[in-house]
Write a protein that binds this ligand. Structure first.
Ligand code: 3HC
Ligand code: NAI
Length: 690
């Protein structure tokens, strides 16, 4: 027996402990000795019951995801669960930390479950594009009822120990010594003399289940699946548990699992799981680098971004001092924040009391001296280099030594702003996305002189407030907005050459984006881009003309589309079609049929190409970092794994060939294939930055 599984005794109760750091995943080197242990304990007449516990920070957090896609070595998780169920003596799972996926399924193989009050229990497989494959969909409804099981499995969101107790998933909660409590529990059960009943044999909650109510809920959930197969498969499998005998339902679960795990969506979602964890490992920032402490954050500007960023910190438990130019601007900003929280209260996701507590965590001011106790100060004022430099001059005069200074600029040169201060080592970009209290992505922009512990702090505080941080280098637009520029460069030419706005948008939504570029323009307001273009002396033929006509998008009821009074549903507008034709004529462009494939090649391929250039320049450290940026900040469909992962599925060779074609035809830089992409076309793999 290896150290991954050990057996200790407390009288007639055996304590089996799994120890497989960091998260006790059910790897082969755990399964094998665990099976041996269970077999030995079954045959040992001196053992009256067993407790299944884990060493380290958590109970089993699931199957070992790194083993997926490889031939499964025996014994499998379901064999272990069957062994537990047929022990002939009570088995009690002692759950601390998280019991997730295969971990919870293992606990469902036990006859009883005792959890620490802080434990979380769930079946998050759906987030990996699969369903619980160890009997979770057939056992969970037997304990918590069909609808609760459906909600848990389709959402993948873990529940608290308290909720688990209330819903019947755990039998007791412990506040003290968990294993001792589980041992006492097992002892009591063994003494009672009643043979333990396996979860698979508890049918009272699923007999006569209300299938109509179940189907109605499943249909509601399916609407949110947005092209992902796993949520729908999860619902189907839970339904099988209600209509089929246990073994048959479990066999079907297995079948669906095998199909999903071999599919591209699950590969993409597993890629994203590991990509997110990779993104936390930053070259030059070792594990030994200690983050600075962030107890209070200062924010300059209470506009769209400043307000949202401030909310993100307060929601994450960090108080904020927020500074504006005037009392009126402050009142306006805090008014917006108050309104946002009021919406959460009206939706039932926040209590009045919690709202009051959050509002009390904001300290509004117009005086820079009040920033003296802030550990991190983030600027979110107008996008103007001179304004930013002036603001940092004032910040610097009051900030304490070691305070971290950050800009939320979208495009400006972070090194130039850093150089205007005397503390470039303490300076970095923290690029949040709008709405900043909601959007997960945080681009951490590493300046030429940013100190490693400043980056470590940004990563830690970003994670603390629930963001997905990705470290990027300095360039115009960083990773996300720079690639967005490449994706959007051909949208207007496509219209002029013959496509329609709804045709282009449909290619995007069919691909899985939440909306297409023109729907996005209308949502954000065409006037925003117009104003920016005017400031930069740039022009957009169609969009500028629409703005001149007062068509700003949804807010004016007309933009690239028409919006019937108050509706958010876009309807194609003949006036826009006429305008496009007129402009094409003026420019001497002969309009022609544009295929969906052409739209893909002129929007998605430049996106990939720019990503490859970003990698080449070392602006992103890894292709997977780019995927994390696009999935969390720009709505790239999760089931496609991000642009660079998708490119590997689409075929680097095909992409390069078509980019070459379009480059030869247009001479546009966005089509000129990156060298890295050419290499990938030969090797089949995109190399990360050196
Ligand atoms: N398999 C393999 N590796 C895993 C893993 C798993 N199930 N879960 C976590 N890891 C690895 C991570 O990749 C990371 O590795 P690294 O240090 O080399 O980057 C390390 O464990 C620590 O993970 P986190 O950084 O995520 O640690 P946290 O403390 O932040 O979070 C956690 C812990 C909540 C357990 C989180 O890791 C998590 O959510 N894990 C995945 C849970 C999950 O999806 N389980 C279901 C798996 S599928 C399954 O069970 C199928 C079954 O039904 C047959
Ligand atoms: P905004 O116009 O909504 O807010 C800017 C706020 O800064 C205003 O409330 C203004 O009163 C205040 N302000 C201006 N000068 C100031 C000064 N000298 N001192 C104190 N306060 C001052 O602008 P928004 O959209 O919030 O943008 C702010 C920054 O965030 C910009 O750099 C922008 O590029 C960036 N950004 C914007 C995103 C967006 O989607 N709006 C996304 C990501 C970054």
């Amino acid at each position: 027996m290896t150290e991954a599984v050990t057996i200790a005794r407390d009288g007639e109760i055996a304590i089996v402990t799994i120890d497989n750091p960091p998260v006790n995943a059910m790897s082969f080197h755990v399964r094998e000795p665990l099976m041996a242990a269970l077999n030995a304990l079954r045959d040992d007449a001196s053992v009256a019951g067993i407790v299944l516990a884990c060493a380290g920070r958590t109970f089993v957090a699931g199957a070992d995801i790194t083993e997926f896609g490889k031939p499964m070595q025996q014994p499998e998780l379901r064999d272990l669960i069957a062994a537990l169920e047929t022990l002939g003596k009570p088995a009690v799972a002692a759950i601390h930390g998280t019991a997730l996926g295969g971990g919870l399924e293992l606990a469902l193989g036990c006859h009883f479950r005792v959890a620490e009050a802080s434990a979380k229990l769930g079946l998050p497989e759906v987030k990996l594009g699969i369903l619980p494959g160890g009997g979770g969909t057939v056992r969970l409804p037997r304990l918590v009822g069909p609808i609760k099981a459906l909600d848990m499995i389709v959402s993948g969101t873990p529940i608290s120990a308290k909720d688990a107790l209330a819903s019947g998933l755990v039998d007791a909660i412990d506040e003290g010594d968990l294993v001792a409590k589980a041992v006492a529990f097992a002892r009591e059960q063994a003494k009672s003399g009643t043979p333990p009943v396996a979860v698979r044999d508890r049918n009272n909650l699923i007999e006569n289940a209300d299938l109509a109510a179940f189907d109605a809920r499943a249909a509601e959930l399916a609407k949110k699946a947005r092209g992902l197969e796993a949520p729908v498969a999860c619902a189907e499998s839970v339904r099988n548990a209600l209509t089929l005998p246990f073994d048959e339902a479990q066999a079907k679960e297995r079948e669906i699992f095998a199909k999903l795990v071999a599919g591209d969506q699950s590969k993409a979602q597993r890629h994203l799981f590991f990509a997110e964890r990779e993104a936390a490992k930053v070259p030059g920032v070792g594990k030994d680098v200690k983050p600075r402490e962030i107890a209070r954050v200062g924010i300059i500007g209470a506009g769209t971004m400043g307000g949202g960023i401030a909310m993100a910190f307060v929601n994450g438990g960090i108080p904020v001092t927020i500074l504006e130019m005037s009392r009126e601007a402050l009142d306006r900003g805090l008014g917006m924040i108050d309104k946002n929280y009021a919406i959460s209260v009206s939706r039932g996701s926040l209590t009045e009391e919690a709202k009051a507590k959050r509002m009390a965590a904001f300290t509004p001011t117009t005086d820079y001296a009040d920033l003296a106790d802030c550990d991190l100060i983030i600027e979110a004022v107008f996008e103007e280099m001179s304004v930013k430099k002036e603001v940092f001059g004032k910040i610097e005069a009051v900030a304490k030594p070691g305070a971290i200074l950050a800009t939320n600029t979208s495009y400006l040169d972070v090194n130039e702003i850093a150089a205007s201060t005397s503390r470039p080592q303490d300076f970095l970009g923290l690029h949040f996305f709008s709405p900043a209290n909601v959007m997960k992505l945080l681009e951490i922009v590493r300046g030429a002189k940013t100190a490693p512990d400043v980056l470590a702090t940004a990563l830690a505080v970003g994670k603390k407030i629930g963001k997905v941080p990705v470290v990027v280098g300095v360039c115009h637009g960083f990773v996300g907005n720079r690639m967005l520029g490449a994706r959007g460069a051909e949208t207007e030419p496509l219209l002029l050459e013959g496509a329609t706005p709804d045709q282009v948008d449909k290619v995007f939504t069919d691909f899985g984006w939440p909306m297409g570029p023109f729907q996005m323009w209308d949502l954000a307001g065409l006037d925003i881009g117009w104003r920016n273009r005017k400031a930069q002396g740039k022009k957009a033929i169609i969009a500028d003309t629409l703005c001149e006509q007062g068509r700003f998008g949804q807010k004016t009821g007309r933009g690239m589309y028409l919006y019937e009074s108050g509706s958010r549903t876009p309807t194609p507008d003949p006036e826009v079609a006429a305008l496009i034709e007129e402009k094409a004529k003026e420019l001497g462009i002969e309009r022609r049929e544009i295929s969906s494939q052409e739209i893909v090649e002129r929007t998605f391929y430049p996106l990939i190409n720019e990503g490859a250039k970003i990698l080449e320049e070392g602006i992103a450290a890894r292709a997977s970092d780019i995927d994390i940026v696009w999935v969390n900040g720009y709505g790239f469909p999760i089931g496609k794994g991000g642009p660079m992962f998708w490119a590997s599925l689409e075929g680097f060779g095909k992409i390069v060939e078509r980019l070459d074609y379009w480059y030869a035809r247009t001479g546009k830089e966005i089509f000129k294939p990156a060298e890295l992409l050419r290499k990938a076309a030969e090797t089949g793999k995109l190399a990360d930055a050196a």
